[in-house]
Design a binder for this molecule. Structure first.
Ligand SMILES: Cc1ncc(COP(=O)(O)O)c(C=O)c1O
Length: 407
């Protein structure tokens, strides 16, 4: 098996930032020069020995990469079906995959002579990762977060502040991730002379989805090497990730996207029902539209206003999806599944008990689906999933709302 997986990645997006019909730059004109500057810097520096050296140094020493590939032995044997392997992104410094692109943006900011990084955050994982990366690289940091999330993820707010970040609380609309993104985009346009937007997912106008994907591709590259080494050159049959904007999904898919025999699965939050307003399953129920500067699929009303969304996992409460994910679904490359809050919480308890791993509620979406998929498949089949983050941030919320799970 060739360990060379670059065809798709070098062909997409096109020169205008499109993945098929999705993507592009639909952002207010005031920000275009800043976006052009970002793209030009990124293209100029990304393959230079100095940039690659600094990135590698941060990946190994600061982040703790490579993260392990781990066999869920107990769960696999309890289920009696396909073998389940997880890429342990929860073992990254700060506890999730988000730091993979935060470190990259911090390096880009330094190259561009910017002194500050601005971003939005949902569950707080991106905010904490960016605050830590800013501290490491000596940059200022400003994080926008919905009020509802600051209350649910209060420990993450304190962690951001400990790293020296300013936390701006968004109180409009649902006071969640979309409103935090609106607020952060506005702050960026105002401060673009000295600040860089370090977006939290593979969303937004070109070049953000491309840059986030490229920095997250380290997950897929490593997972591919590790999987081939462990299985005498054979690939997984299925690759699974949860999806909000798509940064962890594009990270792991990147390693396997040119292998048609590998099935790619995106798992979305069904919340507590498939009724509008009770879930955040954009790929399943959304329609083409424009959100945060990109053409994509959006959960929207007839007049284009975004719908209310919800999920037990703050990091998945977003009424859109990254354009590349929308394009992969459109092309038929991606299978889309949903799992409910109930299944997610049961998986949280099950993993903690059977595997000694407390996964983030976001990652429990991918796990819950993988468990069901494994049960339908023979023992010879192999599933790889991106365990995108650890669930320490969710413990208080889960115990307060669902008890201890130990009957
Ligand atoms: C642990 C974890 N996984 C997944 C996600 C979803 O984001 P994305 O779709 O960009 O990977 C989040 C978002 O906050 C997260 O914290």
């Amino acid at each position: 098996m060739q360990d060379n997986n670059r065809d798709y990645l070098s062909n997409f997006p096109d020169a205008n930032g499109y993945f098929g019909q999705f993507g592009g730059n639909h952002y207010p004109q005031a920000a275009w020069p800043a976006l052009k500057e970002l793209e030009a810097t990124y293209r100029a520096v990304r393959e230079t020995p100095e940039f690659l050296h600094d990135l590698e140094e941060a990946r190994i020493g600061f982040q703790g990469r490579p993260t392990p590939l781990h066999f869920l032995r107990n769960t696999t044997s309890e289920i009696g079906g396909a073998q389940i392997y997880v890429k342990r992104e929860d073992l990254n410094h700060t506890g999730a995959h988000k730091i993979n692109h935060c470190v990259g943006f911090a390096l880009l900011a330094r190259k561009m002579g910017k002194r500050k990084l601005i971003a939005e955050t949902g569950a707080g994982q991106h905010g904490v990762a960016l605050a830590a990366a800013s501290a490491y690289f000596g940059l200022e940091c400003e994080i926008h977060m919905g009020k509802i999330d600051t209350e649910k993820q209060s420990v993450n707010v304190e962690r951001m502040r400990l790293h020296g970040a300013k936390v701006v609380v968004a109180t409009t609309g649902q006071s969640a991730l979309k409103e935090a993104s609106d607020s952060a985009f506005t702050a960026y346009v105002e401060q673009r002379e000295h600040a860089l937007y370090a977006i939290g997912s593979a969303i937004g106008p070109h070049p953000f989805p491309m840059i986030v994907r490229d920095f997250q591709a380290v997950v897929g590259r490593e997972a591919r090497h590790q999987f081939l080494a462990l299985h005498d050159g054979t690939l997984p049959d299925h690759v699974v990730a949860c999806v909000a904007g798509g940064s962890n999904a594009m990270g792991i898919y990147s390693g396997f996207i040119d292998d048609p025999e590998v099935n790619l699965h995106a798992v979305e939050p069904l919340g507590d029902s498939d009724r509008a307003g009770r879930h955040a399953a954009t790929l399943s129920f959304g329609t083409p539209g424009t959100l945060h500067g990109a053409r994509s699929v959006v959960l929207q009303q007839d007049d284009g206003a975004t719908m209310q969304v919800r999920s037990v996992a703050s990091g998945l409460v977003y009424p859109g999806v990254g354009p590349e994910i929308a394009a992969l679904q459109d092309s038929g490359r991606l299978n889309v599944a949903v799992v409910s809050d109930d299944e997610v919480v049961r998986t949280f308890f099950r993993m903690s008990r059977s595997e000694g791993i407390i996964p983030a509620l976001e990652s429990c979406h991918a796990l819950a689906f993988a468990l069901k998929l494994a049960a339908r498949l023979p023992t010879s089949r192999k599933i790889l999933l991106n365990l995108s983050g650890r669930g320490d941030k969710d413990i208080d919320y889960v115990i307060n709302n669902f008890g201890t799970g130990f009957e």
